[in-house]
Design a protein around this ligand. Structure first.
Ligand code: GTP
Ligand code: MG
Length: 137
């Protein structure tokens, strides 16, 4: 089942020089392909839409501040079961609880600065890809 998912390498990953390492892990998954990629600093309008589900949570404001604190690498990855697969590659939200071998488990310690976003469902992937890459066919 070929799918597409939206991945963000968050500002901590870019600042720490982990973009090559993380993209390398994505590229090494058999049959997956990067079909869009851009370095950009996210504004509050994009982040309000992207993280709208968390608007009323206590961590929302610092999350948006962090996500706009520097450039992010946005990419669309296509391939077999890539939505579930990218979530597995990233690991769970809390990097301390994430297993070694996952991106968050290998490189993170702080819940907010957890290096990577990956869409959590087909509906989220469709919405997020349209938000970040409206012209992608
Ligand atoms: N400080 C703090 N940040 C949180 C907490 N829960 C979530 N976050 C942050 O908010 C982001 C979005 O939360 P979720 O959508 O629940 O987690 P996720 O799907 O694993 O992460 P994303 O891929 O970024 O959406 C997380 O990646 C964290 O950066 C929390 O309890 N405390
Ligand atoms: Mg999420």
């Amino acid at each position: 089942m070929s799918q597409r998912t939206l991945v963000l390498l968050k500002p901590d990953a870019v600042r720490r020089g982990l973009v090559g390492e993380i993209i390398g892990r994505i590229e090494r998954k058999a049959g997956w392909a990067i079909v869009a990629l851009e370095l950009r600093t996210l504004g509050s309008a994009t982040l309000e839409q992207h993280y709208g589900e968390h608007r009323d949570k206590p961590f929302y404001k610092p999350l948006v501040e962090f996500m706009s604190s520097g450039p992010t690498v946005a990419l669309v990855v296509e391939g077999e079961r890539v939505i579930e697969g990218m979530r597995a590659l990233a690991g769970p939200t809390d990097p301390i609880a994430a297993a070694s071998g996952s991106i968050r488990g290998d490189f993170g310690t702080i819940v907010r600065e957890n290096l990577i976003h990956a869409s959590d469902s087909e509906a989220s992937a469709d919405r997020e890809i349209k938000l970040f890459f409206p012209g992608l066919r």
